[in-house]
Design a protein around this ligand. Structure first.
Ligand code: SF4
Length: 351
């Protein structure tokens, strides 16, 4: 298990690496300069279960805003830096808990050294991020195209460069929108990298395709014991990313807690609007992340109770009404309109 053996790195008040729980990250899509909008989005992400947030810092104004934002949120904030090393320095001075840079696009070694010195002074970890879209020309030429081998070589070069500058408070990420290339790159990198790995499939796509690509890519990588923090990248409201990340971790047995919803696919026996109900239940149960139980949402009273036997609690639709079921036993009948609220009440009083 690679993640048991990565270096322990502190990001604000969180700790990653060395077998610590895998943390869920996301990234704001507001203008970081807009403190109100960014804080609102981060608070919504926190509520959904985001554990580390990253915001872009392209301007001095954004770096200053970071300081204001930090005062009003409760999770570590990572400054995402591209090209301008002065933004990295400003972000650290304004309280960034970690910075993400690609030393390849920061410029000269002196500029990278200046960032490293500032990070060292403040004890702020640096995430060395390599992306398939910005792989160096010489590595593309060496390998004939963008390859997993090229990405790994690029990441290890950057890590070595920073180590030689006297800093090892590092996290590494390699991202590619090609799922299999991303998997291969992690398989090659993990045995050679002592630092925690942040894992994500970049530019994964919309909620539909992004979820599938992320579930496959992150699923394989995490199941191979690789990865200390994750991000599911989706084109859309970042809050959607959190539920997906949680679901991936739970499915792999890498996170306990939270309600698992099972629902039937519906068939000709369904007489209630089960599809809407199942979607509403899935949203509603996120309020009860402290419960570690299974909830079934079944379409009919004929097979529903039996099929829901594996669940701790469930509902099964009838005609204009449904059944409340616990451990496969029918508890009582409930009007269709009250099924969701009844379930919520049961969960609120769950012992
Ligand atoms: S639980 Fe009932 S409605 Fe749902 S798929 Fe099974 S038989 Fe059909």
């Amino acid at each position: 298990m690679y993640r048991e053996n990565t270096k322990v790195i502190r990001i604000g008040d969180r700790v990653i690496g060395g077998g610590n729980p895998i943390l869920i990250q996301s990234m704001t899509n507001t203008k970081t300069e807009d403190v109100e909008a960014t804080v609102a989005q981060i608070l919504a992400l926190e509520k959904a279960g985001c554990e580390i947030i990253r915001s872009t810092v392209p301007t001095t104004e954004a770096a200053k805003a970071l300081g204001e934002i930090k005062k009003r949120i409760h999770i570590p904030i990572v400054a995402d830096i591209h090209f301008d090393y002065r933004m990295a320095i400003a972000a650290i001075e304004n309280g960034a808990d970690k910075i993400r840079i690609n030393p390849g696009n920061i410029g000269s070694a002196e500029k990278v050294q200046a960032v490293v010195d500032k990070a060292k002074e403040y004890g702020v970890p640096i995430r060395v991020g390599v992306n398939s879209g910005s792989l160096e020309k010489n590595l593309i030429e060496k390998y004939g195209k963008v390859t997993a081998e090229g990405l790994v070589e690029s990441a290890l070069d950057k890590v070595k460069m920073i180590e030689e500058m006297g800093y090892d408070n590092l996290v590494v990420s390699i991202k590619s929108s090609d799922v299999l290339m991303c998997v291969r790159a992690h398989e090659l990198l993990a045995p050679q990298c002592p630092y925690p790995l942040h894992v994500g499939i970049t530019e994964a796509g919309t909620v539909y395709s992004g979820n599938i690509k992320s579930a496959i890519g992150l699923g394989i990588i995490l199941h191979e014991g690789i990865g200390d923090t994750i991000r599911v990248s989706l084109t859309g409201d970042p809050v959607n990313e959190i539920a997906s990340a949680k679901q991936i971790l739970r499915t792999l047995g890498l996170r306990q807690g939270g309600i698992e919803v099972v629902s039937c696919p519906t068939c000709g026996r369904t007489n209630i609007d089960l599809i809407s109900l199942a979607n509403e239940v899935e949203k509603m149960v996120t309020e009860f992340d402290h419960l570690n139980i299974k909830v079934a949402v079944m379409g009919c009273v004929v097979n529903g109770p039996g099929e829901a036997r594996e669940a701790d609690i469930g509902i099964a639709g009838g005609v204009g009404e449904g059944l409340l079921i616990k451990k496969g036993e029918i508890v009582r009948k409930v009007p269709e309109a009250e099924l969701l609220s009844t379930l919520r009440e049961e969960l609120a009083n769950w012992k």
